[in-house]
Design a protein around this ligand. Sequence first.
Ligand SMILES: Cc1cc2nc3c(=O)[nH]c(=O)nc-3n(C[C@H](O)[C@H](O)[C@H](O)COP(=O)(O)O)c2cc1C
Length: 214
Amino acid sequence: MPLDVPTAIAQRRSIKTFKPNPISPDTLQYLLELTVAAPSSFNTQSWRIILVQDEAKKAALAEASWGQQQITQAPVTVVFAADTSAGEGDLSAIYESGLATGAWTEATVNYFKSAIPQFQTTLGEKRREYAIKDAIIAATHLMLAAESLGLATCPMNGWIEEKVKAVVGLSDRPEIAIALLVPVGYAAEPRKNPGRLPLSANVFVDQFGTPFGE
Ligand SMILES: Cc1cc2nc3c(=O)[nH]c(=O)nc-3n(C[C@H](O)[C@H](O)[C@H](O)COP(=O)(O)O)c2cc1C
């Protein structure tokens, strides 16, 4: 029985040691379906998700991440990449899906056909930042879904982008950025919570500086 969302959120911790146990194909499939259920800007789904399972590739990824061993210990390390050019490509499959489900009308699709390229142009250098937002939200879905399914994860920012790109075959793709690495597997350590600041420290009401709850 999967954990409910509040329980998964409360229980999730960044796990640094994993058991060697594999993730079953069915669980992995379900986890990925829940991951790509994440929202994205205009539903462009600009995340590019690479599952690294090969032992030599995991070792190379760990080397690109200052030797962080959770990458080699976990059966799968998920590389969340972000395609900054997603809004410029062929979006017909996305439009067809929105029409087929009834979520979008022809008018919505026609609006998107002009709005998306226009938005991309306006973004300019911020395209990277915007694509990374989509990828990070998907990574968050993965982390909470994994927790719910009995797995553990560790979000990771500690790596050298060019080296990670080389490992996963993205060296010649300047339009694709690396957003986050997430080892996934079964925890080999207790879930110890480093705690959080009180809400009043960084949640505000109406304007910055008016603490929540005071
Ligand atoms: C964007 C991001 C990058 C992180 N990078 C690393 C990392 O490279 N290595 C690592 O061991 N933990 C990494 N962490 C995990 C944090 O240290 C951890 O989330 C924090 O200490 C709070 O612990 P908790 O996740 O168990 O609540 C990262 C977390 C985030 C959100």
